[in-house]
Design a protein around this ligand. Sequence first.
Ligand SMILES: C[S@@+](CC[C@H](N)C(=O)[O-])C[C@H]1O[C@@H](n2cnc3c(N)ncnc32)[C@H](O)[C@@H]1O
Length: 404
Amino acid sequence: MRYLGNKTKLLAEIEAFAKKRGISGSTFFDCFAGTGVVGAHFKRLGYRVYSCDLLRSSYASQVALIEVSEVPSFKKLFAQKEFKRGFTFNSFKDAVKARVKAGAHPRMARAVTILQRFVEPEEGLIFRNYAPSGTHGRRYFRDDHATKIDGCLLRLRHWFREGVLSKHEFYLLLKAVLEGSDRVANIAGVYAAYLKKWQSNTKGQLFFPTPEIVPGPPGRAFCGDVNELVEQIYCDVLYADPPYNTRQYAAYYHVREVMAELHRVDDIAEYEKKLYGKTGLRPYDDLKSEYCMRRREDGQQRCEKAFQQLIEKAKAEHIIISYNEEGIISNEAIGRALARFSGVKNFDARRNYRRLRYRRFRSDSNGHNGRTYKVLKGQDADCVDEWLFYGRAKSAKIKKKSLK
Ligand SMILES: C[S@@+](CC[C@H](N)C(=O)[O-])C[C@H]1O[C@@H](n2cnc3c(N)ncnc32)[C@H](O)[C@@H]1O
C-alpha cells in the first residue's frame, strides 16, 4: 500500500538488524504501526504482537493483520437471505474460485466477493464530498467508484452495528474496501490534494483485494496515542517508527480516515457538515501528533520531548527505532534517549546504529504539486537513508504483565 514511511521494503533489514544484536523473545510492540506490515512480519516469525497507531484507518489494517490469525466463520453474513440465490450464480462461483486460485481462503474469498458483486452502489458521503458529481465537485474518486465505496461502507456499517459481522469480520472487509479504494484514488500518493486530471490508476475497475490472514499468535491492536499506552505494554521488543516530518498523517490521509470511522458515527449528516475546505478535510485536532511538531517549549522541541518520554516510559527489554535522515528529531537526541534507557553515558553508534539506503516514497513523483525535496549533500535525489538504532534496557525491569 502507498503510505508515507511504509517499511515493506525494509522488513528483511529490520529483522537482520534485530538478529545481529541477539534479540529474541516472544512479544513485539509495533507502536507506530501505520500499514501494520512490521508487526505482521514479526507475527509471522512467531512473536505475539501488540500494535498501535493514532489513526482509525491504520487500526483497520492492524486488526486484520495482527489480531486475526484464523479465518472467521462469516456465518451470519453467509446466512443473509438476500444472497441465497446469488450464491448459485456461475458468475459468483467463478469470482470466488479466481480468488481461491490466487491463494485466498475460500471463506475469505466468498465474503469479499459478496461486497464486490452484490452490494449496490449508493450516493452517500463519499460521493457527495469526494466525487465530481457530488456537492463539491472534488475529484478524489470517479462517480461510479465513489458510489460503490459508499454502498460498501454503509453496508459494513449496518452489518457491524446489527451484529451480522464480528469485529474481526468487519475489519477484514473494511481493510479490503480501504485498499481497493486507495488503488483507484486520483491522488499523488497522499490525500492532501486530489489531481485535476484523472490518473491512469482511476480508469480501471474498483477491485477489493482479499485480505491475507497472517499466521502466528493472535496479537492485540490499539488506536490512540502511544505515549499514553506505552507504560501498559510489557514486551520483549519495542519497535518505534515515528513520523519524521511536520506533515500530519491525519491530514495527509483524511479521506481514508473518514472511510475508516463511518461505522462509529451515529449522525452522519452532522459529521458531514464538519468536513471543510478545498479538499473536504476532516477536522483533525484530535489526531495531531506531537512527533510532527518542531516548535520549542521549555528549550526543547515538542517532537523530541515526546520521543524522550516514550523511551523513558517503555517497558521493553529491547528497543529498535527507525528514523529518517531528513527527520526533525536529531540522531543525537535519539542516541541520548537510548543511552539513558541502557544506563550508559554515551550511545555506542558503532554497535547499535545502522544506515540503510533505499528509494524514497515520493507522494509527488509525477511532479503535480511541485514540491521539491531537500537533497542532502552527496545524495541521489531519489534515495534516502533510513536509520536504525538499538537500545537494551539497563536492568530486568520487565514484568510480563501487559494488557489483555
Ligand atoms: C512512519 S509511519 C509508520 C509506518 C509503518 N512502520 C509502516 O510500515 O507502515 C508513522 C505512523 O505513526 C502514527 N503516529 C503518529 N503519532 C502517533 C502517536 N502519538 N501515537 C501513535 N501513532 C502515531 C502515524 O499515524 C503513522 O501511521
